[in-house]
Design a protein around this ligand. Structure first.
Ligand SMILES: Nc1ncnc2c1ncn2[C@@H]1O[C@H](COP(=O)(O)OP(=O)(O)OP(=O)(O)O)[C@@H](O)[C@H]1O
Ligand SMILES: [Mg+2]
Length: 352
């Protein structure tokens, strides 16, 4: 069985200093209070929030503040491990359980004993694995694949998702009993657009980190740009801000940032229309439709971790039709590939 190392993070990196981490906005003070209140109690925690709002970092912080902070920190990025491997990665197996199982192997649940098991993107867990996880939460027991007996563990479970889990329960993708178990305490991470007052401190922090890392000397941002950043809607949240500051530390020019600030979605088509010459309504409308389709498909693909079958189902179109659309709107054929792949050979023609 192939070893998987990438989604298995066992050494939590340090978290930013408190004033950067929590800033001064009310929503983050609520997060800080909650983290400090619950970190010491061995209760499951569910961290919710848009992508890039700091869910990972809060999970690590909970581990640092927990009674088992010297114990293992085991992170599992659920969608990064193919479904068939996830069970053996999580629960381990006994020698001879299946072809290729040459020795006993503990799973990550077991490795997290007396430490923290962080299940990232928990909504991506298969229904059958959800039941096994429920058992761990209910009585601390689980069974390695191929084992005759259950084993016992003591783990602190922290889960995170950027999905609406209640909705996943409603549509039958997520077990209600597991939802109640993992949601004993939840922490809602605010989007960065609701933390405008915290942006200057974060900007300073990231600029210091990245100018040291790249050995560059950059001027502090102008007050005008800082105001612009505080008014921006931050679709990618803190990750987007961090990337912009990294770029500024390397390039040293404010234009490198302003050119990256995306317009709000509703402004996109309107601002693109040139009225200083003849307009083809048909052409403009077609372009707008394509652009909208591109955005919707991209969003759904991202939400489904680039699983195109699931994305097609979510969009209520056939798998083949989705492959065509992906090509037509100029999206890459799979996650992480460049746009050039959009010109890969087309899929077979869709049914008439
Ligand atoms: N409060 C913070 N102060 C400084 N940096 C932060 C803060 N929160 C997050 N970051 C940084 O922003 C980036 C994104 O954070 P993180 O990975 O925790 O987000 P996330 O919510 O887990 O995102 P995703 O849903 O995509 O997994 C990381 O590089 C992290 O170090
Ligand atoms: Mg994360």
């Amino acid at each position: 069985m192939a070893a998987i190392t990438q989604p298995f993070d066992r050494s939590p990196s340090p978290v930013p200093p408190d004033p950067v981490m929590f800033g001064a906005t009310r929503a983050m003070q609520v997060v800080r209070e909650r983290v400090h209140k619950i970190a010491g109690a061995n209760l499951p925690v569910l961290i919710l929030g848009e992508s890039g709002t700091g869910k990972d970092i809060i999970a690590r912080m909970i581990h640092h503040l927990s009674a088992w902070s010297n114990g293992p920190w085991v992170k599992v990025n659920c969608p990064a491990i193919p479904g068939t491997l996830l069970e053996s990665e999580l629960f381990g197996y006994e020698k001879g359980a299946f072809t290729g199982a040459y020795a006993n192997k503990p799973g990550r649940v077991e490795l997290a004993n007396r430490g923290t098991l962080f299940l990232d993107e928990i909504s991506e867990l298969d229904y059958s694995l959800q039941s096994k996880l429920l058992q761990v939460l209910q009585d601390g027991q689980f069974c390695r694949i191929g084992a005759q007996e259950d084993k016992k563990v003591e783990v602190r479970m922290v889960c995170a998702t950027n999905r609406n889990l209640e909705r996943e329960v409603e549509i039958g993708h997520f077990r209600q009993d597991l939802f109640y178990r993992i949601n004993v305490v939840n922490i809602q991470m605010p989007p960065l657009r609701d933390r405008a007052a915290d942006i200057p401190v974060m900007v300073q922090y990231f600029l210091r980190i990245y100018s040291e890392r790249y050995n560059s000397r950059v001027h502090p941002l102008s007050p005008q740009l800082l105001t612009q950043l505080q008014r921006y809607h931050w679709p990618g949240n803190i990750r987007e801000l961090e990337n912009l500051m990294r770029r500024y530390a390397i390039l040293g020019a404010e234009e490198a940032i302003t050119s990256e600030l995306l317009p709000r979605k509703q402004d996109l088509f309107y601002d693109d229309i040139q009225v200083d010459g003849p307009i083809s309504l048909k052409k403009v409308t077609r372009q707008a439709v394509l652009e909208l389709e591109r955005k919707i498909i991209l969003k759904v693909l991202q939400a489904n971790h680039w699983n195109r079958k699931r994305a097609a189902r979510a969009l209520s179109i056939s798998y083949r039709a989705l492959l065509y659309k992906i090509r037509d709107v100029g999206l890459p054929a799979a996650r992480g590939r460049g746009r050039a792949d959009a010109h890969a050979p087309p899929p077979p023609p869709p049914p008439a």
